[in-house]
Design a protein around this ligand. Structure first.
Ligand SMILES: NC(=O)C1=CN([C@@H]2O[C@H](COP(=O)(O)OP(=O)(O)OC[C@H]3O[C@@H](n4cnc5c(N)ncnc54)[C@H](OP(=O)(O)O)[C@@H]3O)[C@@H](O)[C@H]2O)C=CC1
Ligand SMILES: CC(=O)[C@H](N)C(=O)O
Length: 255
C-alpha cells in the first residue's frame, strides 16, 4: 500500500498540501494526515470522498505520541512515497518573557518532531520516495523576538541540506521549502494579535499564494531541487542574508 504522510494537515499550508497531493498523486493509495485534532482532520478528509485517508491524531510535542506513530507505521508497513514535514508552531514574545511551555513547544514541534518522524519513516521509503521539509525565511538569519523560532528553522534548513545529499545516495529526494508570509492561523495568532511593532510590521511583507507554492514545491522535489524560496522578495532576502555578516544583520532583524 503506497502512502503520503502530511503533518499539520488540519489547517493552513498543510491543508493546502492535502489538496495538492490529492490532485498531483492519483497513484498514491492512502493519505495519512496528522495533527492534534481528529475532528479537524476528519473535516479535511471529508472533502475528498474519492480518496482513502488515515487520520492520525498526535501531539508532535509529545514523545509518547511519536512512539505511537512509530508503532502505527510498523503495524501497517506501508510503502511511503511522500513525506511532508509541515507542522509548525511560533510564539513571538521576547525570550525572557516567554512561557517555558511555548519555548518547549517550538523546539518539540519544529525540531524534534520532523527529525524523528523522518528517521521513523525512512525505513518505509524506497528509491524515488520524496520528502518536503517546510522551513521558513526566518531560517536565513537570526531574528530578535523570534530567537527560538528562527533557530528552530535554521536547524530545519541545515538538517535538510545535509540530508538532501545523504538521502540522494539512497535514491530519495528531499526539498526544503522556505516560505515567507502566508495568511494562515499561524499568521493570524502571531502577527495580527501582536502588540509589539516589529511583529505587526511583518504584515506589510508580501503574502504568498498557498495553492501556487504547494504545487511548485511538489514539482521541484520530483526534479531533485534542494531549496525552494517562493517569491522574488523572499529570494532577494535570502541573497542579502548570504552576503551580510549575521553578527550585523541580527542587530537589526526583529520579528
Ligand atoms: N504562516 C506563515 O507566515 C509561515 C509559516 N511557515 C511554516 O509553515 C508551516 C505550516 O504553518 P501554517 O500553515 O502557517 O500554520 P497553522 O498554524 O495554520 O497550521 C499549523 C498546523 O500544524 C499543526 N500542529 C501545530 N502544533 C502541533 C502539534 N503539537 N502536534 C501536531 N500538530 C500540530 C496544526 O494542527 P492542530 O492545531 O490541529 O494540531 C496545524 O495543522 C509551519 O512549519 C510554519 O512554521 C513558514 C513561514 C511563514
Ligand atoms: C515570521 C513569521 O511570522 C512566520 N511564521 C515565518 O515563519 O516567517
Amino acid at each position: 500500500m503506497s502512502v503520503a504522510i502530511i503533518t499539520g494537515a488540519s489547517a493552513g499550508l498543510g491543508k493546502e498540501y492535502v489538496d495538492a497531493v490529492v490532485e498531483q498523486f492519483p497513484q498514491i493509495h492512502e493519505l495519512w494526515i496528522i495533527s492534534r485534532h481528529e475532528n479537524a482532520l476528519q473535516k479535511v478528509a471529508d472533502q475528498y470522498p474519492q480518496r482513502e485517508f488515515k487520520l492520525i491524531p498526535l501531539d508532535l510535542n509529545e514523545d509518547a505520541d511519536l512512539q505511537k506513530f512509530s508503532d502505527t507505521i510498523s503495524k501497517f508497513n506501508p510503502d511511503v512515497k511522500l513525506l511532508i514535514n509541515n507542522a509548525g508552531y511560533i510564539n513571538s514574545e521576547a525570550f525572557a518573557k516567554q512561557d517555558y511551555d511555548k519555548q518547549r513547544m517550538m523546539i518539540g514541534v519544529n525540531v524534534i518532531a520532523p527529525t524523528l518522524i523522518t528517521k521513523i519513516v525512512l525505513k518505509y521509503m524506497k528509491p524515488s520516495s520524496l520528502i518536503v521539509n517546510v522551513c521558513s525565511t526566518s531560517a536565513f538569519a537570526p531574528v530578535q523576538g523570534q530567537s527560538i523560532y528562527s533557530s528552530t528553522k535554521a536547524y530545519v534548513y541545515s538538517l535538510s541540506l545535509s540530508l538532501h545529499w545523504e538521502l540522494k545516495k539512497l535514491g530519495i529526494k528531499l526539498l526544503v521549502m522556505c516560505p515567507g508570509n502566508m495568511k494562515t492561523n499561524m499568521y493570524q495568532y502571531n502577527a495580527l494579535n501582536a502588540t509589539n511593532k516589529s511583529t505587526q510590521a511583518i504584515g506589510y511583507l508580501p503574502f504568498l499564494d498557498l495553492h501556487v507554492i504547494t504545487r511548485k514545491s511538489l514539482s521541484l522535489v520530483q526534479k531533485g531541487h534542494i531549496v525552494y524560496t517562493p517569491g522574488l522578495f523572499y529570494k532577494t532576502y535570502r541573497g542579502v542574508t548570504k552576503m551580510l555578516p549575521h553578527t550585523i544583520l541580527s542587530r537589526f532583524l526583529k520579528g
